[in-house]
Design a protein around this ligand. Structure first.
Ligand SMILES: Cc1ncc(C[n+]2csc(CCOP(=O)(O)OP(=O)(O)O)c2C)c(N)n1
Length: 635
């Protein structure tokens, strides 16, 4: 049988296909997704669920003239396959390859860059208003999941869109799941629509009306009937109408005809924004993913991994569990990532004291502040990149009020395949500038335990930042102890150069010191486990006996650990000491494996040794090529 996918390179090719061919294409696309993503890693289940929706969107709309914005963008793989990126699909999420999210640099069919949740409606509304102001007439559609729509920004945008009344299409891709089951009252309303059999009846009724009336009248008529006697039943749909949208749904997201009809209706309706409620099955068509959408939300790349070494996230959660058992004041909060940061193991034992707040990072932080104000010790477990969202909440609601909230910041530093939108390379900078906040980074998973214990017992706000992936495989102490806040640890003595390394860079710094010894250079290595406050006493004693200083951090060079140390040296009148700050330059870090990216930025042992050597111009080894860290793009 000829593969239809081979003949589809552009959305226009879809428009020629018959109903039967569309079915075949959908199944070929699913096969392609499974074959590729099980190798490259990526968001398998979400993409399997939107195959028919993506085809329908590209048959009804005229991309790139019409703008389709995928919220988060993790479900845009089918869209990529249908918009000219099929031949590069195997490069997904690799260095130099296709992004796992939408990216305007990659294709004109990606009108907006995504990666973080809940942005699509704001961006789409901005484009719709730009179109109106410019007197143009293209369509703008935002596709947003039932998880992402719980984010504050999405709700702010809906509020504004209903108020402006401009022509805009919002498509809710409702599969009942965020990464884990979607939480919140909105999810309960969606579930009513999904599971209440009376909705089938309601849908039939609206279909009849739909056939007879133009959309505006239809909405009015459905609303009238609802007000007239079926209020409880039709409330979920009425909600969108009250917000200022024309509502279409619920639509079977795997029925091509139904989808296309709904999208055409919305396309032709220009009086106000339209909201289409589409029901899909996450993982559709691939039994393992349908049965376990949580696991198949994001599958790992097929690479060798240290299966037996626990990840930092696992050690964090195991420690949080111990602490929760011991202290009734401890509560844990996750914005929609109970699996990613492993908190489900704490929730299993303490369901009342673990809160999944939805994709709501800002709320997570201020919710924690409220708990802390009443005597609890909240641990906010959050990915570094997503905490960016909650900057003002950390400043205004936690630190300004000096509340003892603990931030367990996962995926700090280079995260790898998720790429530019997900790297955790800014946190040390944006946290350093906030008063009343200590910042720590463990050198290994054992120190993570002790730092978490220290933080919950410190009576102040503290952030602990740790990397993605497995620990170093060190033994885990059974008895936890407090580490004095602001005190560093000398890992290796030396007399020629002092390397102050933060967190994940301590291990390669030690290796680098070992390599440097072969060139006759004696490097001291310090575990700078507190980025704030700095260990002023130790730095002062170091610079009085060691003539050169190097700092290493997996963070942007701007405003991070090295900057703080440099400023301190100035303040101490020691600014003239030859020094080097190693970190990430002022750029967004590409996707790629963590190891390759660390090599690229000189953050592995070789790279650190090479850069330390540059402080020793006469040394032979320092003349080696500076290009050792280069990596080859996949395409
Ligand atoms: C601000 C932010 N927080 C968390 C995430 C991590 N994340 C990626 S996808 C996702 C779930 C999205 O659920 P939904 O919108 O329902 O889409 P589905 O995968 O179910 O299709 C989450 C929490 C993110 N990308 N951005």
């Amino acid at each position: 049988m000829t593969r239809l996918l081979d003949q589809v390179d552009h959305p226009a090719d879809l428009k020629k296909l018959s109903k039967r061919e569309l079915k075949q294409l959908a199944s070929e696309l699913r096969q392609k997704l499974v074959d590729t993503i099980t190798v490259t890693g990526g968001h398998l289940a979400s993409n399997l669920g939107v195959v028919e929706l993506t085809i329908a969107l590209h048959r009804v709309f005229d991309s790139p003239r019409d703008k389709i914005i995928w919220d988060v963008g993790h479900q845009s793989y089918v869209h990529k396959l249908l918009t000219g990126r099929k031949k590069d699909f195997a490069s997904l999420r690799q260095y130099g390859g296709l992004s796992g999210f939408t990216n305007p640099e990659e294709s004109p069919h990606d009108p907006f860059g995504t990666g973080h949740a809940s942005t699509s409606i704001s961006a789409a509304l901005g484009m719709a208003i730009a179109r109106d102001l410019q007197g143009d007439d293209y369509n703008v559609a935002a596709v947003i999941g039932d998880g992402a729509i719980t984010g504050g920004m999405a709700l702010e945008a809906l509020n504004h869109a209903g108020h402006l009344g401009s022509r805009l299409i919002v498509i809710l891709n409702d599969n009942g799941m965020s990464i884990s089951p979607t939480v919140g009252s909105l999810a309960k309303i969606f579930n009513k629509v999904r599971f209440d059999p009376r909705y089938r009846w309601a849908k039939e009724e609206s279909r009849k009306i739909l056939q007879a009336l133009p959309l505006g009248d239809m909405v009015w008529e459905v609303g009238r009937r609802a007000r007239g006697g079926f209020k409880g039943l039709l409330l979920p749909t009425m909600m969108w109408e009250e917000l200022g949208f024309a509502y279409i749904g619920p639509i079977d997201g795997h029925d091509a005809t139904e989808l296309e009809n709904a999208l055409r209706q919305a396309r032709e309706y220009h009086q106000k924004p339209t909201f289409i409620h589409v029901l899909t099955t996450k993982g559709k068509g691939y039994r393992p993913a349908e049965n376990n959408a949580v696991y198949f939300h994001g599958v790992p790349a097929r690479r060798v991994s240290n299966q037996n070494i626990p990840t930092y996230s696992e050690v964090f959660a195991q420690t949080a569990l111990r602490l929760t058992r011991d202290d009734p004041r401890i509560v844990t909060i996750t914005p929609a990532m109970p699996e990613g940061n492993c908190l489900s193991i704490v929730a299993a034992e303490f369901p009342q004291r673990v809160f999944d707040v939805g994709i709501c990072e800002q709320h997570a932080v201020t919710f924690a502040a409220g708990l802390a104000a009443q005597g609890f010790i909240p641990i906010v477990a959050i990915y570094s990149t997503f905490l960016q969202r909650a900057f003002d909440q950390i400043v205004h609601d936690v630190c300004l009020q000096n509340l003892p909230v603990v931030f367990a910041i996962d995926r700090g530093g280079i995260v790898g395949d998720d790429g530019k939108t997900h790297q955790g390379t800014f946190d040390l900078s944006y946290l350093t500038l906030i008063p009343n906040l200590s910042i720590a980074a463990p050198r290994d998973e054992n120190e993570l335990q002790h730092l978490l214990y220290t933080a919950v017992n410190s009576g102040q706000a503290m952030a602990i930042r740790y990397p993605r992936g497995p620990g170093l495989g060190v033994p885990l102490d059974t008895i936890l102890h407090k580490i004095p806040v602001g005190k560093w640890e000398v890992m290796r003595e030396g007399r020629d150069v002092a390397i102050l390394a933060v967190g994940v860079t301590v291990a390669p710094a030690l290796e680098a010191a070992h390599e440097l010894a072969a060139s006759g250079i004696k490097a001291a290595v310090i575990n700078a486990r507190f980025v704030k406050p700095l260990d002023v006493e130790l730095i002062t004693s170091l610079v009085h006996r060691i003539p050169r200083l190097v700092t290493v951090e997996e963070n942007t060079l701007s405003g991070g650990f090295g900057s703080s140390v440099a400023r301190l040296l100035q303040d101490l009148g020691l600014g003239k000491i030859p020094a080097k700050i190693i970190g990430i330059p002022d750029e967004f870090v590409e996707q790629g494996s963590q190891a390759a990216l660390r090599a690229k930025y000189g953050l592995d042992a070789k790279g650190i040794a090479r850069q330390v050597l540059s402080l020793f111009p006469g040394n032979k080894a320092s003349e080696r090529s500076a290009r050792e860290g280069e990596i080859k793009p996949v395409r």
